[in-house]
Design a protein around this ligand. Structure first.
Ligand SMILES: Cc1cc2nc3c(=O)[nH]c(=O)nc-3n(C[C@H](O)[C@H](O)[C@H](O)COP(=O)(O)OP(=O)(O)OC[C@H]3O[C@@H](n4cnc5c(N)ncnc54)[C@H](O)[C@@H]3O)c2cc1C
Length: 458
């Protein structure tokens, strides 16, 4: 274990931000802006990857509308000051008594990182709620690897189905199940169906349209529970028109190698591709940080985002941030995270500078919510006005495009979309990251079946 010592005194006040997602990066950027040329405050941003993932566009990586690299932005491109540090490392533990964070860097060694102020912005990870088989056989939709893996899985299934002679197996290969009908589930489902239909038509003519099967399994009695009921109903109607069977009020009981078991009656849906978007839990590190957390493990903070321990703040998906003037908490969304970051940076600096009067609660009224459900269709509520169809989809694209960091980032996304509009999707399967698992992704432990003839004349 090595300790990263500071330079000679007088030491600058070190703000260590754990997590380089929306919340962490925006906090760092606002701190940079507020401190300007000051040399008495430095920012350290620690993240597992050396980039920030733009999650609202993640399902488009799966469909190939967007290149994987264009859905992320390098952390180093977002920090500007010489006194800022972007550290690519895995956070292992927080020692809040010693005011140190234990991280494992690319060298594989553990390092201790001193801090004066700590920001927890570690976000969340996929929660499986103990459902058997999710870890082994389902793909998530939370990381870039997930989107990549899902794309590879879908293409793999199309390739296999193209040669498969057994009707039942072929059917299972062409059946796609999405567990969870919230925002990310519906957006993933929309992109998935759109992509499969497009590439089938153009590149897999031997597969018939009616052989494709799409399912959404949702525990609640409607999809998009985050939106007004009629918007959820509209989204469900559109998805049904496109071939989705939507199982509402239905739990996913088990994921197996060859399908899923759903509902109390234990209905079995044969399917080789299962995407799980049904739950997110906070990073486990938060629960072990020596601060108060709720039952789910999220940091309990006040409206100023201060935790129960002085010098530690929490923000974004790993925090439970109460509304300042009314009951309830701010939703765990990217939209909220970037606004929380602005307030948090001010609060941190006011605390460092000894201006307690300037430490203010986070106040923000959500301007609206928008979701894309694929096929140039969207739903949303903007400034209280409900929008749907092509207009909502345009607004969704326009809004998220405007939030992509940097001019270069915006240009890349726009060019990808334009090229895709002109030339359509392709079924290129890049098996580069999971070679040892046959290109099946993180949950692709399915062994290929024993060798047999796939020649239709054989
Ligand atoms: C598919 C999908 C679509 C979404 N669409 C929308 C949308 O349209 N609109 C919207 O507002 N929200 C959307 N969200 C939600 C949004 O992504 C989150 O609310 C937002 O990312 C929260 O930001 P955060 O910084 O708290 O966490 P994150 O963005 O998750 O960032 C956390 C960071 O911490 C890092 N990290 C975690 N653990 C460690 C560790 N041990 N060591 C080092 N680094 C670590 C992670 O790698 C990550 O970079 C979507 C989410 C998903 C998954």
């Amino acid at each position: 274990m090595r300790t990263i010592y500071r330079a000679d005194p007088p030491w600058p006040h070190r703000v260590v931000i754990l997590g380089g997602g929306f919340a962490g990066v925006e906090t760092a950027r606002h701190l940079e802006r507020l401190t300007g040329r000051r040399e008495d405050v430095e920012v350290w941003l620690v993240n597992r990857e050396n980039f920030t993932l733009f999650t609202p566009l993640l399902p488009e990586v799966c469909s190939g509308n967007l290149e994987a690299r264009h859905c992320v932005t390098a952390l180093r491109a977002q920090l500007r000051r010489p006194s800022s540090w972007a550290v690519t490392a895995e956070v292992q533990r927080i020692d809040s008594d010693a005011k140190q964070v234990v991280v494992v860097g690319g060298d594989g060694e553990r390092h201790r990182l001193n801090y004066d102020t700590l920001v927890l912005a570690l976000g969340g990870e996929t929660a499986t709620f103990g459902i058997t088989g999710i870890t082994e056989y389902a793909v998530g939709m939370k990381t870039l690897a997930d989107a990549f893996a899902l794309r590879n899985r879908v293409i793999e299934m199309l390739e296999r189905a193209d040669l498969e002679r057994n009707r039942d197996e072929r059917r299972a290969q062409l059946t796609f199940v999405v567990g969870g009908g919230g925002f990310s589930g519906v957006e993933t489902a929309g992109e998935l169906e759109d992509f499969v239909r497009r590439v089938r038509k153009r590149f897999y003519p031997k597969i018939r349209e009616e052989e494709l099967g799409f399912h959404i399994v949702e525990l609640k009695d409607r999809v998009l529970p985050e939106m007004p009921e009629d918007m959820g109903t509209y989204a469900a109607r559109k998805l049904r028109t496109r071939g989705y069977q939507i199982h509402l009020g239905t739990s996913l009981k088990e994921v197996r190698e060859d399908g899923v078991v759903v509902g109390e009656s234990g209905t079995f849906i044969p399917a080789r591709t299962v995407v799980w978007t049904g739950g997110v839990k906070p990073s486990p590190i938060v629960g072990e940080a020596g601060i108060e957390v709720d039952r789910a493990g999220r940091a309990i903070v006040g409206p100023t985002m201060a935790t129960s321990r002085e010098g530690i703040w929490a923000i974004g998906d790993n925090a439970l941030i109460p509304k300042a003037e009314e009951e309830g908490h701010h939703a765990p969304t990217a939209q909220n995270a970037v606004r929380e970051a602005k307030r948090l940076a001010r609060n941190i600096l006011a605390t460092i500078d000894g201006r307690p009067g300037d430490v203010q609660p986070f106040r923000y009224d959500v301007l609206g919510t928008l979701a894309s459900i694929g096929s140039h269709t969207g739903v949303g509520v903007v400034f209280g006005v409900k929008v749907r169809g092509l207009l909502a989809w345009f607004m969704w694209r326009g809004y998220y495009w405007s939030r992509v960091p940097g001019v270069g980032g915006k240009a890349r996304v726009a060019l990808d979309w334009f090229a895709n509009f002109l030339f359509g999707s392709d079924p290129v399967q890049l098996k580069v990251d999971y070679g040892d698992r046959g290109g099946m992704g993180p949950s692709g432990r399915r062994r290929p079946p024993p060798p047999r003839s796939v020649d239709p004349r054989g």
